[in-house]
Structures are given as C-alpha cells and as structure tokens.
Design a protein around this ligand. Structure first.
Ligand code: MRU
Length: 355
C-alpha cells in the first residue's frame, strides 16, 4: 500500500471498513464496523486514532446509527442518533473532534427534521446524516492540504524537524496535520530531515510515522523519546511540529503524552515549537488546558506494549494518554485557515470568524 493511498477508513454505504492500526506496520488488516457500538470499540482499541480521523469515524458512526435504525418516526430516529452520539463521545474523552463531529451530525439531522418547506421523513433525515458524515471526511482532506501549505512557510531550508506521535494520513482524512507540514516542505524541495520519536507507550511514532514517512521518501531517523533533549543540546533540532487532540480557547494544547516535555525542552534550547491542527480541534467551550479531561488508558499499554511484557508481573503503572502544553511555550498554531500567534484567544477567534 503506497502511503499516498493510505485509507484508514472507508464508507461502504451503511458500514465502514477500518484499517486496524494496532497491527501496523507488521500486518495491513482491516475489519468492518456495522453498528455504533462496533465503531466505539474500534476507537477505544486504537484501531482508529488521531484527532481528525476520530472526528471522521465518529461522523460515520452517526451515519451508521441512522442507516441501521429501525425507527418508524423521525422522533424515534432522533432518539437513536442521540444514543449513538453519547456512546461515541464517551469512547475517547480528550480528542474534541469526536464530540464536534457528533454534534455536527445531530445539528444537521435536527435541522432536516424541523424543515417546514417539505415535511421530513425518516429516510430524508437518514440521508442528511450520511451526507454530513461524508462532508466531514471531505473537508478534512482539504484542511490537511491547507495546513501543509501554511506550515511549510515556517520550515527553514535544510531543517532538522522533530516530530511526535503520528499525525499523517493514518490520523486524518488527508495528508495529515503536523505531518502535512513536513511533507509539504519536503515536496517544496526544502531538503529537510525528520527526527521521528518512538512515542511510548504504544509507539505511534515508530510503528506508524516511520512507516508513512518511509513510504513517502522523506529522510528520517527514528530516535527514542528520551533522545530529544540531547539532540536539542547538540544543535540538531531546528524546529518541532506536533498535532493536537484539543486546543483550549486560550491556546493551551492537549496532545499525546510527551508533548509537554518536548515543549519545555524546546523553550530551554531556543527551538521553535509549533502545533498543527484544523480549527475543528479548537474547542471554544474549553477555557484553558486545566479544563481538558485527560484520558487514562489501560496500564497494560505501559507494562506490556504490543503484548510483550517489559516489566515484572504485577508492576503498578499509570498511563495518562495525553498532556497539556501551555500556550506560552507554543511559537504558533498552524491551522487550516492560517497561522495563529499569541495571544491565541484573539488570533484563534479571528481565524474562526473567517469561516
Ligand atoms: O492516542 P492517539 O494515537 O489517538 O493520539 C494521537 C495524537 O496525539 C496526535 O498527535 C493527535 O491526534 C494529532 S493527529 C493528527
């Protein structure tokens, strides 16, 4: 499978096919989700992951709820959709794109149901749900492209770029967020090199980003997470770019655990630290990073990553999946509508208003 054609999820009319990312890079296996509960399971298990992709999959989860509902009335269909939405929102709490997508589909179906010109039917509301889910996926492809074009301007010629987690085609509906910045700079002939960190505990960097960048032919070197400080102290990192799972109204950013440590190191060494994300990842209802719920995942991911025990049996472990980087450590937030700089409360709101 060429990275350009990586398709982490595919809509099949009343169900989705999902590429099982937990098995990459060893095996390229996919499976089908036919119910919202199966979609929620796929999200929880990390078979699908990455904030924008989670939004797309949640949208499809709602479309599946609509097409699979046995409702005989629009009101009953709406209740089925509300139930599916609750389930999907609870599947992973930190990435705001899940809630954003669920609410988008619900809003669309409510509007379709309340339309006065031609009375709504169960079928017309179903169609509205499916169309909205497909629009979410389509728009994300364009968002990724825009992020790449805005972001590549910030990448110096010949830069060594450090990247965390996985933010490419596997995590979005297009070329990625932070990874789109990287590939756009590469394609623009900037002769960059990427330090790909492993991203413990479940190695999205080593398993997924190295896989994707390798296929795309972007020069890269895999390093252990703990090598970042040493690389920076030796002048071997010119910039860092990461994605985001939720951006608070003040510009604080929740992203994969380890992001905060990188931002602190970057500040210490004078390395610019950038975040790349679509505006759908900005949550105006979350005032600051303190209000972001951090998902605590199963400790097994720490003591036995990929099923291989690396700690004595019975070792107690904690597994916060994300951390929060305060806005003051972020040089800029690269969005699909332009580059936001501090103060983020104003700059993000301005970009939002452009929409
Ligand atoms: O737990 P994951 O793999 O879903 O975490 C993914 C990340 O933290 C990404 O950096 C983030 O979603 C931005 S992706 C485009």
């Amino acid at each position: 499978m060429a990275a350009a054609s990586v398709q982490p999820v595919e809509w099949l009319g009343d169900r989705i096919r999902v590429l099982d990312q937990t098995r990459l890079p060893g095996a390229e296996r996919s499976f089908v989700c036919r119910t919202p509960a199966q979609v929620a399971d796929a999200i929880r298990s990390l078979a699908v992951r990455g904030a924008p992709l989670l939004g797309i999959v949640a949208g499809y989860g709602m479309a599946i709820a609509a097409t699979g509902s046995k409702a005989r009335s629009v009101a009953q269909l709406q209740r089925d959709l509300d139930k599916a939405g609750d389930l999907l929102i609870r599947s992973r709490p930190t990435a705001v794109n899940v809630r954003w997508a669920v609410e988008r589909v619900l809003e669309t179906t409510r509007t379709a149901a309340e339309r006065r010109s031609r009375p709504a039917t169960v079928e017309s509301v179903r169609r509205a749900a499916v169309a909205e889910a497909m629009a979410i996926a389509r728009e994300d492809r364009e968002s990724c492209r825009a992020i790449g074009l805005f972001g590549r301007e910030l990448v110096p010629q010949g830069a060594n770029v450090l990247h965390h987690c996985n933010t490419g085609a596997l995590a979005t509906g297009g070329a990625g967020t932070a990874q789109s910045v990287i590939t756009a700079a590469h394609r623009a002939g900037k002769k960059i090199h990427v330090w790909v960190d492993e991203t413990r505990p479940v190695l999205q960097g080593a398993r997924l980003t190295a896989w994707e960048l390798g296929k795309l032919g972007v020069p890269m070197t895999l390093v252990a997470d703990s090598a970042a400080g040493s690389l920076m102290s030796r002048g071997l990192v010119d910039m860092i770019v990461v994605g985001a799972d939720r951006i608070a109204a003040n510009g604080d950013v929740a992203n994969k655990i380890g992001t905060y440590s990188l931002a602190v190191l970057a500040r210490h060494h004078g390395v610019p630290f950038y975040v790349a994300a679509p505006l759908s990842t900005v949550d105006p209802d979350t005032r600051t990073g303190k209000d972001i719920v951090i998902e605590e995942r199963n400790a097994k991911e720490v003591v036995a990553p990929m099923g291989m025990a690396i700690a004595p049996r019975g070792t107690r472990a904690a597994n916060p999946a994300f951390d929060v980087t305060p806005a003051r450590l972020i040089a800029a937030i690269i969005t699909d509508r332009g580059v936001a700089r501090a103060p983020y409360r104003t700059s993000l709101r301005r970009l939002e208003a452009q929409g």
